[in-house]
Design a protein. Structure first.
Length: 369
C-alpha cells in the first residue's frame, strides 16, 4: 500500500505542458520575427495584419510562461497531493491562461483576415465580408474574455474552490467557444478560394496558392482534437492531473500563429534553400526576367477610384506576387480588355511585358506559390 501511495504522489502530467510550451516559446516568436524581417527586407512596410499577429504572439508567449509557472506550483499532479495554497496558485494561473488564450486565438484570426484585405482589398464585396468577420470576431473575443473573467461570483472562486459562490458551467462554455473557433476557422479557410480559382493563372499555380491558403486546416484539426478533451478536464474530479485539453490549447494557438506566418516567410526560404523548396522554379524559368502576366483591376466606372483598389498578378523569379499597381512600371506595349460583370463593376484586364525594379511593392504578398 505504501508503494502505491508513493507512486501516486510522484505521478505528474506536467510534461504535457512543458514540452509544447518550451517548443513554441522559441518557435512562435522566431516565425513572427522572420515574417516581419522578410517583409521589411523586401522593401515592404508593416501593416495591421503584422501588428495583430505580434499581439497574438505576445499573448501566446504569455500563455506558455503562465502554464510553466502553474506547473511549478503543481499543475499536472494529482489534486489530492497539493497543499491548499499550491492548488489555489495552480488554478489561478490556469484561470489567467484561459484569458490570454482567447485573446491570442482571436487576434490570429483577425490577422489572417487583415492579410486577405491587404491582398484582395480591391474587391469590395470580399473586403466587406472580411471587415464583417473581423468585427464579429472582435466582439466575440471581448464577450468571451469578459465571460472568462467573471465566470464565478465572487471572481476568486474560480481558483479558490472552497469559497462560497456560483460558477458557470465551464464544460458548456468551453464547447461553445470551441464551436465558434472551428466555425470561423472553416469560413476563413474557404473564403479566398473562389478568388484564387478565378485567377488567370496555370492550374498548378492556382493549386499551389490554394494550398498556401489551406494551411489553416492544421488549426481546424488541432481545434477538433482539443474539443475531444475539453469535457474530460471540465468534469474531472482531478482537474490538475487530467490536463490534455490544456496541452491542445497551447498547441492550437501556436499552430494558428505558425500557419499565419509561413506564407509570409516562404520567399526567404526560396532564396535560402531553392533546391529544397518544392515550389521553386526550374533553372530555365529562374533565369528569365520577371514578367507581369496579367493585371486585374476591380473598380467602378468612377475614375476617382483609388490606387489601393487595384491589384496585379506578377510572375517573378521566386513565384507569384499579388501587388498594388502603384509600384509596377508599365512597359511600352499593353493590351486592355474591359468586361462588365454581374456585380455592376468594370473589370479591366491588361497584359504587360515589363521589367520592374528590385524593390518590392509595399502591398505585396511575396511568393505565395
Amino acid at each position: 500500500m505504501a508503494e502505491v501511495n508513493a507512486s501516486f504522489l510522484g505521478e505528474s502530467n506536467a510534461s504535457l505542458i512543458y514540452i509544447p510550451c518550451g517548443v513554441f516559446f522559441v518557435l512562435s516568436p522566431l516565425l513572427v520575427g522572420t515574417r516581419l524581417w522578410s517583409r521589411m527586407r523586401n522593401g515592404g512596410s508593416l501593416g495591421a495584419d503584422d501588428y495583430t499577429i505580434m499581439a497574438s504572439a505576445t499573448f501566446a508567449i504569455a500563455s506558455s510562461a503562465i502554464m510553466i509557472i502553474s506547473c511549478y506550483y503543481g499543475y499536472g499532479r494529482h489534486r489530492g497531493v497539493l497543499t491548499s495554497p499550491n492548488l489555489a496558485d495552480t488554478l489561478k494561473y490556469f484561470y489567467i491562461c484561459q484569458i490570454t488564450y482567447k485573446a491570442s486565438i482571436n487576434l490570429t484570426k483577425s490577422s489572417i483576415l487583415l492579410l486577405y484585405v491587404r491582398i484582395f482589398g480591391g474587391i469590395r464585396w470580399f473586403k466587406r465580408v472580411c471587415i464583417g468577420l473581423i468585427t464579429i470576431i472582435a466582439l466575440y473575443c471581448i464577450a468571451s474574455v469578459l465571460a472568462t473573467i467573471f465566470q464565478c461570483s465572487p471572481v476568486r472562486k474560480a481558483w479558490e474552490k472552497e469559497m462560497q459562490g456560483q460558477c458557470i458551467n465551464n464544460g458548456q462554455f468551453w464547447y461553445a467557444n470551441g464551436g465558434f473557433s472551428i466555425a470561423t476557422d472553416m469560413i476563413i479557410l474557404v473564403l479566398p478560394m473562389p478568388l484564387v480559382y478565378a485567377l488567370h493563372a496555370p492550374r498548378v499555380q492556382k493549386a499551389a496558392l490554394m494550398l498556401v491558403f489551406a494551411l489553416g486546416i492544421f488549426v481546424v484539426v488541432t481545434s477538433c482534437l482539443r474539443l475531444t478533451t475539453i469535457n474530460i478536464q471540465a468534469i474531472s474530479p482531478d482537474p490538475t492531473y487530467d490536463i490534455a485539453s490544456t496541452m491542445w490549447t497551447i498547441i492550437e494557438m501556436n499552430v494558428a500563429i505558425m500557419c499565419a506566418c509561413l506564407p509570409q516567410i516562404r520567399p526567404l526560404m526560396l532564396k535560402m534553400f531553392p533546391r529544397l523548396m518544392p515550389g521553386s522554379c526550374s533553372n530555365e524559368r529562374s533565369q528569365r526576367p520577371p514578367q507581369v502576366t496579367y493585371f486585374n483591376e476591380h473598380a467602378k466606372a468612377d475614375p476617382s477610384s483609388s490606387e489601393d483598389s487595384r491589384w496585379a498578378h506578377i510572375e517573378g523569379r521566386d513565384g507569384i506576387h499579388l501587388s498594388n499597381l502603384a509600384n509596377v512600371r508599365k512597359g511600352d506595349g499593353s493590351s486592355e480588355e474591359y468586361i462588365l460583370q454581374d456585380d455592376k463593376t468594370i473589370h479591366k484586364t491588361v497584359n504587360y511585358s515589363v521589367e520592374y525594379s528590385k524593390k518590392r511593392s509595399n502591398d505585396t504578398l511575396n511568393s505565395m506559390v
